[in-house]
Design a protein around this ligand. Structure first.
Ligand code: NAX
Ligand code: ADP
Ligand code: MG
Length: 275
């Protein structure tokens, strides 16, 4: 097992070239946020935009449009019931995040099917939250694309069949190899399973144990994947910075809130890009 290092993050987050525009930094779509979990997709979209994704579209329940725009006018929206339009937009994306606050009803299941059917080999796909629970209930192999799953231990139990007590690095690695995706197994110390390595995240604090913290990580992973060429390093850097920000904030706070992490991301990325 290898620790994710500051050096890896510094190598990944590079200075932006002057000759660039929003299109340079990736088109990203987030799919999620039902009538009960609108906050989850807002937190994920906030993290993606604060991570620097160039153009962000949120496919969500229409009841979330006003609150999303009040919080994040940078985001575009589409009603996730407009299947044909969502499918058309999907083709234009560099990165797709599905799952934060999606729920597990028939509409959610249909949206996951749409994404898994239409995702293309060159696209990057982040599967989180409810989409993992839906995926675990299917006997379906993942399509040919660059895919990362970001389960917490309970979601990983559903997806891998491994009870939390049995989620050792060796067992997790075996399960990840069956999945054909990178796996970020979130816990007090998160571990990341790529095709050839097992990574260990040195950061993290119980001050992060609040709803929305993983939605925020999913947004960061997607935002970094939209900009940085090496998919694995983009994922590892997002995992590392997410907990580094939290550890720093937790030095003077009992609990760290997801939006407080997002607010700090541009500063930490700036620092990393200069190092
Ligand atoms: N404000 C919002 O709208 C929020 C929406 N959320 C959404 O709610 C949906 C369901 O996700 P949940 O994760 O709540 O539900 P799940 O049913 O998938 O998992 C939660 C259960 O797993 C247990 N658990 C065991 N090990 C854990 C670990 N290491 N980390 C986290 N939980 C662990 C928890 O105690 C809890 O009982 C997702 O779509 C998620 O994105 C949550 O993110 C919470 C905030
Ligand atoms: N005790 C802890 N120590 C370190 N990190 C934690 C702790 N509790 C939660 N986290 C982190 O917070 C995030 C929680 O993700 P998740 O459970 O998916 O949240 P949600 O779905 O509510 O957004 C993960 O990145 C996890 O590693
Ligand atoms: Mg989650």
């Amino acid at each position: 097992m290898q620790s994710i290092t500051t050096e890896l993050v510094h190598q990944t987050i590079t200075r932006r070239p002057a000759e660039s525009h929003k299109g340079t930094y990736g088109r990203l779509m987030l799919i999620g946020g039902n009538q009960n979990f609108g906050g989850a997709i807002i937190m994920a979209a906030t993290a993606a935009i604060y991570s620097g994704a160039g153009l962000v579209t949120v496919a969500t329940d229409a009841s979330n449009f006003t609150s999303l725009h009040a919080q994040l006018p940078e985001a575009m929206v589409v009603d996730y019931r407009q299947t044909a339009y969502v499918t058309q937009l999907l083709q234009t994306m560099d990165v797709i995040i599905i799952g934060p606050g999606l729920g597990t009803d028939q509409l959610a299941a249909n949206l996951l099917t749409t994404v898994l059917t239409h995702v293309q080999a060159h696209q990057r796909l982040v599967i989180d939250g409810s989409a993992l629970t839906l995926l675990a209930a299917r006997q379906q192999s993942l399509p040919d694309a660059q895919i990362v799953v970001t389960p917490h231990q309970m979601e990983w139990q559903r997806l891998s069949g491994l009870k939390i007590a049995d989620q050792t690095p060796t067992a997790n690695r075996q399960a990840q190899q069956h999945l054909h995706a990178i796996a970020v197994v979130k816990a007090h110390h998160t571990t990341v399973y790529t095709n050839d390595r097992v990574w260990f995240n040195p950061g993290g604090t119980p001050a992060m144990a609040t709803g929305g913290m993983g939605d925020t990580l999913a947004g960061m992973v997607g935002g970094f994947a939209a900009q940085f060429p090496d998919f694995t390093n983009a994922i590892l850097s997002a995992v590392y910075l997410h907990s580094e920000v939290a550890d720093d904030l937790a030095q003077s706070r009992y609990v760290v809130l997801p939006h407080q992490i997002s607010a700090e991301i541009p500063k930490y990325m700036h620092r990393a890009s200069l190092a």
